[in-house]
Each structure stands twice: as C-alpha cells, then as structure tokens.
Design a protein around this ligand. Structure first.
Ligand SMILES: CC/C=C\C/C=C\C/C=C\C/C=C/C(=O)SCCNC(=O)CCNC(=O)[C@H](O)C(C)(C)COP(=O)(O)OP(=O)(O)OC[C@H]1O[C@@H](n2cnc3c(N)ncnc32)[C@H](O)[C@@H]1OP(=O)(O)O
Length: 292
C-alpha cells in the first residue's frame, strides 16, 4: 500500500522508477541504486547499508523521502535482509533535516503531500521490522535527528563539528508532537523540555551523555561499529525482538496514526502563515549569507 502510494508520489513528482539500476559491486554483491538513496548489501549476512545521497546536505525532499520509504519497504519484503545500517554519502552531513524549500512558497496541496510523506517515512522507520542502526557520520539537525532517533541504535562519529538535536524553535517552528514523543522516549522528559524549547544541537560528547546516541566512536569506525552492533542485535530471534519492539513503540506510532489527517491540517495552517513563511525565508537567506 505504502509502496503503491510512494510510486504514485514519485510519478507525480516526475521521478522515473525505471531509472533504478542494479549493478554488481567488487565483492559480487548486488547493489541497488536510486537517485538519492543507495542500498548496498554488506559483508555481514542479512544486513544492508542504506546511504543517503541527496547532495549537498541530504535534505529530506519529497523525492528523497519517497525513495527512502520504497527502499526500506523492498528490504523488509526481501526475507534475506534482517537489518539495515543507515548512513550518509555526503561528507560531514548525515541529513540537514526537512527540506526548507518544500515548506516555503508552495500551495496547501503541496504542503499536504509533503507532510504526509514525512509522516509515512517516520512511521516506516519507527515501526520497521528490521533492526535499524544509525551510523551517524555527520551533522543531523531536526528531521535528520528524527531519523536517527527512530532507529534501534545510534553510533555517532566523534567529531566536535557534528551537531545533533531538534532545533525547530531556532527556525521559528513548533516541533511536531511525534518528533517530541520520539525524543522524550529516547532521552526522557526533563532533558527534552530543555532541548526542545532551546532548540539545542548537541556535540557528540553531550549527545552521548544525554542518551541521544548509544556510542561515540572515531569517525573512521562509525560504519564498522554499526555493523558489529548489528551482529549482536541479530543474535536475537526476529519474531521475539519484533514483537518486543512493537510493544514498546506502538502507542507512540498509534498517536500519530490516529491523528494523521488533523496533523496534516495543522501543518498546512501553521506553515502557510505569513509570519512562518517569513521566518523560513530569513533562515534560508542566513544560510546563504554565512557563505560570504
Ligand atoms: C502547530 C504545529 C503543527 C505542525 C508542525 C509545524 C511545523 C513544524 C514543521 C517542521 C519541522 C521541521 C523539521 C526540520 O527538519 S526543519 C530543517 C532544519 N534543518 C536545519 O536547520 C539545518 C539547516 N542547514 C544547516 O545548518 C547547514 O546547511 C548544514 C550544517 C546542514 C550544512 O552546512 P554547510 O556549510 O556544509 O552547507 P550550507 O552552505 O549551509 O548549505 C548548502 C546548501 O544547502 C541548503 N540547505 C541547507 N539545509 C537545508 C535544508 N534543511 N533544506 C533545504 N536546503 C538546505 C543551503 O541553503 C545551501 O543552499 P545554496 O545556498 O543554494 O547552495
């Protein structure tokens, strides 16, 4: 169902599924390539590595979200895969979060389509039957952080330039309740109150101390650590692990599922406000200015 919706979404946004290519990597492994998401089976049996490849900053465009969901769905339906490592192909950036241009100067129909895609991506990641390990090899604000928080385990590169957190208030945005729930479930209520209101972005040592990530390792060991953690998780039989995960996460996901249409309408109303549009434009302008 989500796959069909995703395909329709890709068609609407002009992305041709026919451009997906399959090739053989050096180790003979099959390697699936979309435009923006690359899926590589790994040396660890049953494990794939998904690399985000939406330069310059892996922002979560509609096309990216659609490809990502389709990739995850394919891996879930392919019984040879039990676990996935999520990482980035863009140096120094895991994901810059939601694409600000998708939320700026568009019409309500576009905002509805975009927000549904964000919701569907989160539900797919958060409730995945696969073991998901985030190998966070760069900065991950807001929506990028949400993806990592929705995985089962997080390994972050020990680079003081990398920051992680939900910084929505710094953009003049109210964090969606399910982003908030995901953070609260990870770092607890009090730490979330402070982090969310101040829009804090944490360097690795602080992210580790808060429990926002599970491990901080040297940058060149992020993926290998994620793969060895995966081995530990895959030692547990899938069905008991999946039932346990579902038991823990279901209430949080159901909260969004139950209010999905209202959440879309709230998003449209909020993002369409002149004051919010102005804030986003200023924020984008400031990103440009800092280059000069
Ligand atoms: C009542 C409530 C109801 C509902 C809720 C309502 C609203 C809540 C809605 C949404 C929640 C929002 C979630 C988000 O994820 S918002 C996005 C947050 N992301 C950020 O703040 C990151 C911004 N980017 C950066 O800080 C830097 O770009 C970064 C550190 C990632 C990389 O820095 P670097 O110096 O390497 O690159 P730049 O030169 O800054 O950027 C290159 C290029 O990319 C553009 N860019 C960057 N980030 C984004 C983005 N998120 N979306 C779109 N485009 C982005 C940047 O402008 C540059 O473009 P150009 O100048 O054209 O080269």
């Amino acid at each position: 169902m989500a796959l069909a919706a995703g395909r329709a979404m890709l068609m609407r946004s002009g992305v041709r599924l026919g451009t997906q290519a399959a090739a053989r990597g050096g180790n003979g492994a099959r390697r699936f390539m979309n435009h923006r998401v690359v899926v590589e089976p790994n040396t660890v049996p049953g494990v794939a590595v998904i690399k985000f490849k939406n330069p310059p900053v892996n922002s979560l465009t509609l096309e990216f979200l659609t490809e990502f969901v389709i990739c995850l769905e394919k891996l879930e339906n392919d019984k040879t895969f039990r676990g996935v490592v999520l990482t980035s192909d863009c140096p120094g950036i895991f994901s810059a979060g939601l694409d600000l241009r998708e939320m700026c100067g568009k019409n309500p129909a576009h905002y509805a389509e975009y927000w549904r895609a964000v919701q569907e991506m989160w539900l797919k990641v958060y409730l995945s039957n696969l073991v998901l390990v985030a190998a966070i090899n760069g900065t991950s604000p807001a929506g990028g952080c949400l993806i990592a928080l929705s995985c089962d385990y997080r390994v972050l590169a020990d680079n003081p330039r990398y920051r992680m957190g939900l910084n929505e208030t710094l953009l003049g945005l109210v964090v969606p309740f399910w982003f908030k729930d995901t953070l609260v479930n990870t770092i607890g209520h009090r730490a979330s109150e402070r982090a969310l209101q101040l829009g804090l972005l944490f360097p690795p040592a602080e992210a580790l101390q808060l429990g926002m990530v599970d491990q901080v390792v040297p940058e060149d060991q992020v993926q290998s650590t994620a793969l060895s953690v995966m081995t530990q998780w895959l030692a547990i039989p899938d069905h008991v692990r999946q039932l346990t995960k579902n038991m823990i996460r279901k209430a949080t996901a159901d909260h969004l599922i139950k209010h999905q249409e209202a959440d879309i309408q709230n998003f449209i109303n909020f993002i369409s406000r002149d004051s919010i549009q102005k804030s986003l434009q200023v924020y984008l302008e400031n990103l440009k200015q800092k280059k000069h």
